[in-house]
Design a protein around this ligand. Structure first.
Ligand code: UDP
Ligand code: MG
Length: 321
């Protein structure tokens, strides 16, 4: 008999896609159980991240209709990463393997077969990696790629073109849960867990229905979150930048004195105003980055819970059939 698989899906206002996602995943799990690849106690676990639409009632009726569906209801919207973690925590108590994926069917569920195979071959972490970004808009593609490049440059060990579609073994999930940071960027933390890992390529489709929950503003704040929660290099860069500016100003000072001595002093308004603006901007930027880290420290120091689970719907009896 195969191992117990839990598929964890964070959902925020996903009423348009939920029935389709639930149906397709059920067929997938049923097939896997029939082939003996996974245990019949496997489950599909939806995490409701404080949705304002009919998502939670839908999850409740799914759970009532078939034991394969389970639900975790968060007390309020806590964001994708926290919702995912809440689901992992609930699943880690029952599952041998946990696959996390988005609700919108952008992640090709047929890659689960290959993930299970890779897990059985001894990998604790299997990253789903997009084979191409053709279906993305030019804008999303280029911003995403520059994000991965910047992360790499800053020294964060993240897997290229991997979102949150991945398989974790139970021990990898438990190890992940022991990282108790509040500023959560799972893509950056999972590689830190270690254990044998591999990647599985899949074709990422378009959102099945509904709107993206990551408009530009949220994308930028997510990227900033990722950079500042993983790397202290920006602080060092500020120091280096400050030092270079000091050296340049020293040279300028010598030049200014030399010009003065030679008697050819310029009116100098242009250079003055430019330096005021440029330096003012640089200073603000630098202070902003430092503030970002101070803010992070502040949040970590509070040690607030990352999510609060309101209720869990999970039937441990009952089999996938
Ligand atoms: N999501 C969530 N909480 C949020 C925002 C998003 O749980 O506050 C979920 C959403 O329901 C989906 C996943 O995170 O399952 C990814 O969101 P989306 O597909 O909108 O992002 P995109 O694919 O456009 O980056
Ligand atoms: Mg999506």
């Amino acid at each position: 008999m195969g191992k117990v698989l839990y598929v964890v899906i964070p959902c925020y206002n996903e009423q348009e896609v939920l029935p389709e996602t639930a149906g397709r995943l059920y067929e997938k799990l049923k097939g896997l159980v029939q082939k003996g690849r996974i245990a019949a106690e496997s489950r599909i676990l939806f995490v409701n991240d404080g949705s304002k639409d009919a998502t939670w009632p839908m999850i409740c009726s799914l759970a009532a209709s078939n034991p394969v569906y389970g639900g975790v209801n968060l007390s309020r919207n806590r964001g994708h990463q926290n919702a995912l973690l809440a689901g992992l925590e609930t699943a880690a108590a029952h599952a041998d393997m946990i696959v996390s994926m988005d609700a919108d069917l952008q992640d090709d569920i047929n890659a689960i077969d290959a993930m299970i195979e890779a897990c059985e071959a001894g990998n604790d972490v299997v990253y789903g990696v997009r084979s191409s970004r053709e279906k993305d808009t030019f804008f999303k593609r280029s911003t995403a790629q520059s994000f991965y490049r910047i992360m790499r440059l800053l020294g964060a060990d993240i897997v290229f073109d991997h979102a949150d579609y991945r398989l974790l073994s139970r021990r990898a999930a438990q190890a992940l849960l022991s990282f108790d940071e509040v500023n959560l960027f799972l893509r950056g933390i999972v590689p830190m867990v270690g254990f044998p890992s591999t990647t599985v390529a899949y074709e990422r489709g378009e959102r099945f229905a509904g709107k993206s929950k990551y408009p530009l503003g949220r994308m930028i704040s997510f990227a900033l979150e990722g950079i500042t929660s993983l790397s202290v290099k920006p602080i060092r860069m500020i120091t280096l930048g400050g030092m270079s500016v000091c050296i340049v100003s020293l040279i300028m000072l010598i030049k200014a004195f030399a010009d003065y001595a030679a008697g050819n002093v310029e009116p100098g308004w242009t250079s003055l105003i430019i330096s005021i603006w440029v330096l003012g901007g640089l200073q603000l930027f630098a202070v902003g980055i430092i503030g970002e880290y101070i803010g992070k420290t502040y949040m970590e120091a509070k040690g607030r819970p990352r999510y609060i689970i309101e209720s869990v719907l999970l039937r441990e009896d009952g089999e996938v059939e």
